[in-house]
Design a protein around this ligand. Structure first.
Ligand code: UDP
Length: 440
């Protein structure tokens, strides 16, 4: 009997934003270490450059279905709705072409949960599909809760003040007011997208870039709720470190860090999308200077001349830093972060305590975990004003109180590193995923 060759190609469909592309590319690298061939199917916008860091990957472009210019004007939810609707047919064509090119060899389509149009092609060509969730397991669980709101047995008005203070069942310490809805546009539309993402799923498993030691209760919740395997195999950036930065990293900051006292520097980065108001930038600049601690600040806005001079005497400014390397540098004593999930993981992996200044949605969940569950940092609430900035920086870098936070961060760091080593929970989850992909 003719032996049927094992299918080895995995098609990955990332969402075109830095915080989503990075873990997807790392997953691709981790799976290629396991012997799979990798195809990246990406839109025309925010493309990862193919040749430099991923010479063995195949890259294909899904023709642009929603002009980039509409992303900002539509808002995230409407953009996602339109992108998914318009991409369905285009992606089917793309997969048909890939099947031809690769002799029918596609073992699985792994798509970012926001690119749920991928399901239609998977179904049409009878290819198994798996979801990658690039945020925390807790965020995934919260969106699952949101997707069920107002369904038959789950009639809850989360805007009711009495409901807001209630703990979300089995997701302690989260309360309904913590569900990641702020900054996501009108609530009804956000709930619509949660339903789209969750309720029509046919994927055979979910991969989450987290580790059991960070979010065991949310992971147990998900395993019960989803009825499909959940693979917590993170942090992926330890397992696979390929660089997929869309912007050029300014490495001059490493030389500057080399000249600083150990654990003296506060590193400030508010993620790839953050835009601060001019007034906040000024307050931040003065507060940082008043703290008398050296600081490394990632900021794309230009500072007015009168502050720029004084800022450059005390700190160092870059437009984009090699963040993982910065966090691992001995001079860095703390991280002022917007608490994007990748940044949060990267900080924990280096045992760096945090000041949390989340803007919206899931960042707020991560900040609650940093402050109240892992207790490795604190949130800065209210308006940004210089005295508050100064106090927060001193509290993080200078005060003894932070010693406990740093100690806990270092314990968590060791646990995370153990989880990706042979026999660790994330290591095993990656192995199980590889088996799952081969046996589907
Ligand atoms: N990042 C970086 N250099 C910078 C700022 C950010 O390399 O100067 C990277 C960071 O390491 C992380 C990603 O950009 O991997 C940001 O992802 P995150 O989920 O933290 O936030 P998002 O940008 O998605 O809000």
């Amino acid at each position: 009997m003719e032996k049927i060759a094992e299918k080895r190609r995995i098609v990955l469909v990332p969402f075109p934003a830095q915080g989503h592309i990075t873990p997807m590319m790392q997953l691709g690298q981790a799976l290629s270490f396991k012997g799979f061939s990798i195809t990246i199917a990406q839109g025309a916008y925010n493309q990862v450059s193919s040749s430099q860091h991923f010479p063995t990957f195949q890259f294909v472009t899904i023709p642009e279905s929603v002009p980039v210019s509409q992303k900002e004007s539509l808002g995230l939810v409407e953009f996602l709705m339109k992108l998914n609707k318009n991409s369905e047919a285009r992606f089917k064509d793309c997969v048909a072409e890939l099947l031809l090119q690769n002799g029918n060899d596609i073992a699985c389509i792994i798509y970012d949960e926001l690119m749920y149009f991928s399901e239609a092609a998977a179904k049409e060509f009878k290819i198994p599909s798996v979801i990658l969730s690039t945020a925390s397991a807790t965020n995934h669980a919260c969106c699952c809760v949101l997707s069920k709101l107002n369904a038959e047995k789950f009639l809850i008005d989360i805007e009711d003040p009495e409901v807001q203070d209630k703990v979300v069942e089995n997701l302690d310490p989260l309360r309904y007011k913590n569900l990641p809805i702020s900054g996501m546009g009108p609530l009804d539309r956000f709930l619509d997208i949660c339903r789209e993402v969750f309720n029509k799923r046919t994927a055979s498993a979910v991969i989450i870039n987290t580790a059991s030691c960070l979010e065991s209760s949310s992971l147990s919740w998900l395993k019960q709720e989803l009825n499909i395997p959940v693979f917590p195999l993170g942090p992926l950036h330890i397992t696979a470190s390929a660089n997929s930065s869309l912007l050029e990293e300014d490495r001059s900051c490493i030389e500057w860090l080399n000249k600083q006292v150990p654990r003296s520097v506060i590193y400030i980065s508010l993620g790839s999308k953050a835009q601060m108001e001019a007034k906040e930038v000024m307050e931040m600049a003065w507060g940082l200077c008043d703290s008398n601690q050296p600081f490394l600040w990632v900021i794309s806005e230009s500072l007015p001349e009168e502050v720029s001079k004084i800022v450059l005497e005390k700190g160092y400014i870059v437009k984009w830093a090699p963040q993982k390397e910065v966090l691992g540098h001995p001079a860095v004593g703390g991280f002022w972060s917007h608490c994007g999930w990748n940044s949060t993981l990267e900080s924990i992996v280096e045992g760096v305590p945090m000041i949390c200044r989340p803007f919206k949605g899931e960042q707020k969940l991560n900040a609650i975990y940093v402050e109240s569950v892992w207790r490795i940092g604190f949130q800065l609430q209210g308006e940004v004003e210089r005295a508050g900035v100064e106090t927060a920086v001193k509290r993080l870098i200078v005060d003894g109180e932070v010693a406990g936070m740093r100690e806990r961060a270092l314990v968590l760091k060791e646990k995370l590193k153990a989880s990706v080593r042979s026999g660790g929970s994330s290591y095993k989850a990656l192995d199980e995923l590889a088996k799952h992909l081969k046996t589907e």
